[in-house]
Design a binder for this molecule. Structure first.
Ligand SMILES: [Zn+2]
Ligand SMILES: [Zn+2]
Length: 443
């Protein structure tokens, strides 16, 4: 590493920052408005006036706060108590091979530069996306011309090109054990950084690709957080599947809150929730005149559909549908034997082994029920086979049921307790069954 540089050396005269977002620009080539702030994902100041500042004008301090062993946050505090930039919190990962800065603080001070030097040589600066560019070139110079890794897809968002710019795509190893890749979403090149953590259980530094919610148990996936522009179900499912390929226990995003444990499952379940809401699965809970549509309108393009197949050999069915056809396993349950107490008391119906398969994110799936221990006499190839189950999330409208019966449908007893409890079963003239379930399905 080069000798420590003085602020005069790492803060050139032509370096300015946008006051609102803290992103750096070249003073000789300033746009009328900061493009980062003028973009639909961010915001201009209330008076609409663009303000620039030189980094040396910052009055306040930057604290290095240990968030967990070998992971530090850089907390920027202005003397006047105002937010600096968007109040982001850069993270520093310390490894035996040097440190990595993930996201860039909104300011830079000589004290903070010294504090980072004491953690070891810095090997990489990785802004997760353009909102986090900050004064990256100043930090790079101050710490010895550290490479600034910017997603090639977002190169056009740079207001100032660091001398040590590294454009990247795909998956990169920043130092041994610390990898970065780009699930995208919030920006085309939105990146995450993965690190095993001191305990080896895994930490995901997710910037705005995945944002920790105030409840600290769930996460959000948005094109814009301040302006509340959601991403589609397909994109959210893609991001969750992407980060689900690695193990991680904790998740940190742009700001202070974190998921302190079980973060991988929190991402998966939050993605399912997001997808279900934007697909309209839960529209029935939103009130307004559309909450009690005339019965037939309860079936829409997003109504979850289940097709039930009773199979004699569940393992063979899984081999066929998953291994052969390529469907994903959505849910699986082992068989439970029935219990018969003396005199018929304490009777518990057994439950067959079952497997639900379908494309991840689809609103339909197949339920494969092993019929080796058929409940209530169900049998493969019988009239229960091929039952269609619609998950209405509410009682079927009685007028609708009456209309179905007037058109040849016949209400019958369900073939298993489960559907007896959670729905109405109707037999079509062909003998096939339609279950109108009161349950919701959003797995
Ligand atoms: Zn700005
Ligand atoms: Zn952002």
């Amino acid at each position: 590493m080069t000798d420590p540089r003085t602020p005069a050396e790492y803060l050139p005269d032509d370096l300015v920052q946008c006051v609102t977002c803290a992103v750096e620009y070249d003073a000789r080539d300033l746009p009328p408005l900061c493009p980062i702030c003028a973009d639909e994902r961010q915001y201009l100041p209330p008076d609409g006036v663009q303000r620039w500042m030189r980094p040396a004008e910052f009055t306040g301090r930057i604290d290095l706060v240990e968030r967990e062993p070998d992971l530090f946050g850089l907390v920027v505090r202005a003397d006047d108590g105002q937010d600096v930039g968007i109040d982001q919190q850069a993270k520093i990962v310390r490894t035996a091979h040097g440190t990595v800065m993930v996201d860039v603080p909104a300011a830079i001070t000589a004290e903070a530069v010294s504090a980072l030097r004491e953690l070891g040589p810095m090997r990489a600066i990785v802004p997760s996306h353009p909102h986090m560019f900050g004064p990256a070139s100043a930090w790079s110079r101050a710490l010895g011309d550290v490479d600034v890794w910017v997603a090639a897809a977002d190169e056009g968002r740079l207001g100032r090109r660091p001398d040590a710019l590294r454009l990247w795509e795909g998956r990169v190893t920043l130092v041994p054990g610390v990898t970065a890749w780009q699930p995208g979403g919030h920006f085309p090149g939105s990146a995450v950084v993965h690190w095993p953590g001191a305990d080896g259980r895994g930490v995901l530094l997710a910037g705005d690709t995945i944002a920790v919610n105030p409840d600290r148990r769930t996460v959000a996936f948005m094109r814009s957080y301040p302006n509340r522009i959601p991403l589609s179900a397909a994109v959210v499912e893609r991001i969750a599947a992407d980060v689900g390929t690695v193990e991680f226990d904790r998740l940190y995003s742009n700001f202070e809150p974190r998921i302190a444990a079980g973060a991988r499952e929190a991402v998966a379940s939050s993605a399912r929730r997001h997808a279900a809401w934007v697909r309209g699965v839960h529209d029935g809970f939103t009130g307004g005149s559309s909450s009690t549509p005339a019965a037939p309108e309860r079936i829409g393009p997003a109504t979850p559909l289940r097709i039930v197949h009773l199979v004699a050999d569940l393992a063979a069915a899984e081999t066929f549908w998953v291994g052969g056809v390529g469907l994903d396993v959505r849910y699986r349950k082992a068989a439970r034997p029935s219990v018969h107490g003396a005199g018929g008391a304490d009777r518990t119906d057994g439950e067959p082994a079952l497997l639900m398969v379908g494309p991840a994110g689809a609103t339909w799936h197949l339920e494969l029920v092993e019929a080796g221990h058929p409940p209530d006499g169900a049998r493969p190839g019988g009239t229960d086979d091929g039952s269609v189950v619609l998950y209405l999330g509410a009682d079927p409208d009685p007028r609708w049921l009456a209309r179905i019966e007037a058109h040849g449908g016949r209400r019958v007893d369900a073939h298993v307790d489960y559907w007896r409890r959670w729905g109405v079963t109707v037999e079509a003239p062909s003998g096939h069954r339609l279950v109108l379930s009161t349950r919701r399905w959003d797995a």
